[in-house]
Design a binder for this molecule. Structure first.
Ligand code: F6P
Length: 554
């Protein structure tokens, strides 16, 4: 299988230079004035797809900016790369494999032949296997060792084997099926295990060990702790298969752990961890919301896939978001990007997008191993509104950093309480409006004078009241959070991240950087536990080891 290579260093392209020059011209661009001068600006810079509406008019852009950004996307080979992604070329060059999360949402009957094999029937076989398990658990047919039906399912997994499924099960809580509670156990911190296990009964609990590699320390330790707990609670080795199932591409390791082969849901090396919520890694989600809703989630992602594949770049939502990110990161010096969902159910999306974006695009060499010559992925941060307004939005409004933000908000609430949703929506809009409009010195002074302040007070306070404005944001609106729209939303960001990786020429699908910490962790553990008495490589680590050992001695 040929490895995909982004052909050129993006900074050598003529469109890059054109954008650099355009950036200088845009220094004096004021969004406020652009809106005043162009009544069509909102229509010009907004679009709908797959149940999502994107308003990107509150950005530092003109039609010329958009054309230049799209020229850059074309010159960088994005069109060709999108086809390479969907057709199963080895876009993950360092690991020599494709990244085919899009295959997981393709309808039955589709064909995707990679290395001589049609992958779609395999995908649907696993979906059928999931349907059967979900049905048996929901119908009370899957029984624990004391013949009682399962009431609690615990997903043991971390990273992509946790964040995506947790996002979806919590975002779709209004669609939850009654009868089975889903829990997540991710961290190796014993307190997490303790707090969860004391709420469970072993005889009615099913553990799903979710690990693509079946080699992740935190997951294996938690799985062992769960097994010890299950046995201590009265479970037996011979009935273990009723309480432990797995999702993994490492069948041998899962079998060695004691999980029966027929209770292992396969996944494939062509699905990356942070892109795996659509696979059997989504099993806890499917148990929470039912298989029909899970398939709606897939159909929403599929709709976004089709849009990404076929819409012209100028009206292609993932491409627009990606290129706006490139615009700010590479030409305006933005180093972070805020994700601000105004919806309780979507509150975990920031964490999922942190892994998706930062583990994918936190790279500094290109696919061919040469160093990048421009900035790559930004820091992704944020959290739910309105809470953030009373915490970190101050920095967005008056700090010295330029931080583009995505506001995400549904028009309809699942739980209307008096006029709360009108206020929530109003706050979302007024935040992006305030970021864009700001407050001029004249406005600040006039406001203070209107309050009857002396001129001395006005001059003393006015500088603090000035808000620079002209700060960019996108607003993504949907009717109501639903499986279909959530699927489209998550796929939108997956494709945004991929499109950016192509511009920068990096591999969005490997994560070698996290390996060093894992390796060193083993060495530190050996020293902490006295299995290795040699000093650590550095005095700081050695001192901190000593502190721990001193506390645990005797
Ligand atoms: O350590 C990072 C990582 O490999 C992620 O990419 C992945 O999502 C997570 O660990 C969990 O991996 P696994 O599913 O193999 O346990």
């Amino acid at each position: 299988m040929p490895h995909y290579q982004q052909p050129l260093d993006v900074t050598t392209l003529s469109s890059w230079e054109a954008l650099r020059q355009h950036r200088e011209v845009m220094q004096s661009f004021r969004m406020r004035e652009a809106f005043q001068n162009d009544p069509q600006r909102f229509d010009e810079f907004s679009l709908s797809s797959s149940g999502l509406f994107l308003d990107y008019s509150k950005n530092l852009l003109t039609q010329e900016t958009r054309s230049l950004l799209m020229r850059l996307a074309r010159e960088a080979g994005l069109e060709r790369a999108i086809h390479a992604l969907f057709e199963g070329e080895a876009v993950n060059a360092s690991e020599g494999r494709p990244a085919l999360h899009t295959a997981l949402r393709r309808p039955i009957g589709d064909r995707l032949v990679v290395d001589g094999e049609n992958l779609i029937p395999q995908v649907h076989r696993v979906l059928n296997q999931m349907t059967e398990l979900v049905g048996r658990i929901h119908d009370g047919l899957w029984r624990g060792y004391s013949e009682k039906p399962i009431t609690d399912v615990v997903n043991i997994g971390i990273g992509g084997s946790f964040l995506g499924p947790q996002l979806v099960s919590e975002a779709l809580l209004p669609f939850a099926q009654h009868g089975v509670r889903c829990h997540y156990l991710a961290n190796i911190d014993g307190s997490e295990f303790h707090e969860l296990s004391c709420r469970l009964r072993a005889e009615t609990t099913l553990f799903i060990v979710s690990s693509k590699s079946f080699g992740t320390l935190e997951t294996l330790k938690n799985a062992q702790a769960a097994r010890t707990w299950y046995l201590a609670q009265g479970g037996t080795e011979s009935e273990l298969h009723r309480h432990f199932i797995a999702v993994s591409s490492n069948i041998a390791a899962a079998v060695a752990f004691g999980i029966r082969q027929e209770n292992i849901f396969p996944m494939w090396d062509w699905v990356g961890g942070r892109y795996s919520l659509w696979s059997a890694i989504g099993l806890p989600t499917a148990l929470a919301i039912g298989m029909a809703n899970f398939k709606d989630l897939l159909s929403g992602a599929y709709a976004m896939d089709q849009h990404f594949l076929s819409a012209p770049f100028e009206s292609n939502m993932p491409v627009l978001l990606a290129m706006l990110g490139v615009w700010y990161g590479n030409f305006w010096g933005a180093q972070s990007h805020a994700i601000l969902p105004y919806d309780h159910y979507l509150r975990n999306i920031t964490q999922h997008l942190q892994q998706l974006d930062m583990e994918s695009n936190g790279k500094s060499v290109r696919q061919n191993g040469s160093p990048v010559s421009c900035e790559t992925g930004p820091v992704i941060w944020g959290g739910v509104g309105c809470n953030g307004q009373h915490a970190y939005h101050q920095l967005l409004h008056q700090g010295t950093l330029l931080i583009p933000a995505d506001f995400i908000v549904p028009v309809v609430s699942h739980n209307p309480v008096a006029d709360h949703h009108q206020w929530l929506y109003a706050n979302c809009l007024s935040q992006s409006q305030a970021l864009m409009l700001g407050k001029t010195r004249e406005e600040a002074e006039a406001e203070l004078r209107a309050r009857g302040m002396s001129e001395e007070q006005v001059q003393r306070l006015a500088p603090h009241k000035v808000i620079p404005g002209n700060r960019p944001s996108n607003t993504l609106v949907m009717e109501r959070v639903s499986p279909h729209r959530l699927g489209a939303l998550v796929a939108l960001y997956e494709h945004k991240v991929f499109a950016q990786s192509i511009i920068w020429g990096i591999n969005a699908f490997d994560q070698w950087g996290v390996e060093l910490g894992k390796e060193l962790g083993k060495n530190v553990y050996q020293r902490l536990t006295g299995h290795d008495e040699s000093p650590a490589e550095d005095a700081s680590t050695q001192g901190l080891i000593g502190y721990f050992r001193g506390r645990h001695r005797g």
